[in-house]
Design a protein around this ligand. Structure first.
Ligand code: GUN
Length: 286
């Protein structure tokens, strides 16, 4: 029987630490860490995410501001808001919820957010710093996976790590973090030949390809640790991951469920990044 890595419990414990550190931060500095979240338009999934982020900020004692802009907001107006928030000393983290409406340029928005306030770690400067192993922020999902592996007691050094998926937000930074932890890392993707042969080599398999139940038991090495970043719907419309839990769980040594695995960690890591940004701001001011 595989160990089920409980992302809900690990996330809750991490949020308690963040709340304690936030209380100490407010005591020392006289102000709270501040996060600004921008949402443009009315994408229902984005609205839920933004609401959850706002609620989570309140629970740990952060200042949280949500900017809800209409669908037709011109690029210039969005840019101007980012400029204002970059200069706002009460705001230490800025997040513009993606995806944006089609007429807006996401790259331009990401580039405009001050790297010191880029709590998504999407800015080219922060991406570069991750590559060099000298960073303040990590993108929330791979950062959450690293905490799950640590808390589950998974040793990474010297292990065969396979990352399935090469997105800028998950796959690429995930591979980099596993490499920094001295894993032997392979990245595979939709064009990889003999995929099952590669995934079967993994001691640690991280799956982020966005295809429901794609990884089946025959693609997993007995005893592997399997991390499922997927958030998909199965044939009945039920939430599931990229891993076919029923066939993989009996084979692996540890696995994250969906829901309740990686998902709960992402907002927690956003809180962690915002607290880090506030600490850096306070250090620079002293
Ligand atoms: N949309 C879905 N996930 C994310 C995220 O992590 N950051 C931002 N900014 N938008 C998202």
């Amino acid at each position: 029987m595989a160990k089920i890595i409980d992302g809900k419990a690990i996330s809750a414990a991490e949020r308690i630490s963040i709340k304690e550190e936030t209380t100490a931060f407010i005591e020392a500095n006289g102000y709270a860490p501040g996060l600004a979240v921008i949402i443009v338009g009315e994408n229902p999934a984005s609205q839920v995410y933004v609401r959850n982020k706002h609620k989570a900020c309140g629970e740990v004692g952060f200042l949280s501001r949500v900017y809800e802009l209409p669908e037709a907001t011109p690029q210039g107006e969005l840019n101007a808001l980012i400029d204002t928030l970059n200069a706002d000393e009460a705001i230490h983290g800025i997040l513009c919820q993606l995806p944006l409406p089609k007429h807006l340029n996401e790259d331009e928005v990401i580039a405009r957010i001050s790297p010191a306030k880029d709590v998504d770690a999407f800015h080219v400067q922060n991406v570069g710093r991750i590559m060099l192993g000298d960073y303040d922020f990590l993108p929330c999902t791979p950062a959450g996976v690293m905490v799950l592996l640590r808390e589950a007691g998974v040793e990474i050094s010297g292990k065969e790590c396979v990352v399935l998926g090469r997105s800028n937000i998950v796959g690429k930074p995930m591979a980099m973090l596993l490499l920094q932890a001295n894993g032997t890392v392979t990245i595979c993707h939709s064009r990889t030949k003999n995929l099952a042969e590669v995934t079967r080599r993994a001691d640690i398999l991280v799956v982020a390809i966005g295809k429901a139940k794609f990884i089946t038991g025959d693609m997993v090495k007995p005893g592997a640790v399997v991390i499922d970043v997927g958030m998909d719907r199965d044939e009945n419309g039920k939430l599931c991951g990229d891993v076919d839990f029923a066939s993989v769980e009996p084979i692996c040594s540890a696995i994250t469920p969906v829901p309740g695995g990686v998902g709960p960690m992402t907002i927690t890591m956003l809180l962690r990044n915002t607290l880090t940004a506030a600490k850096r701001f306070a250090q620079a001011a002293n």
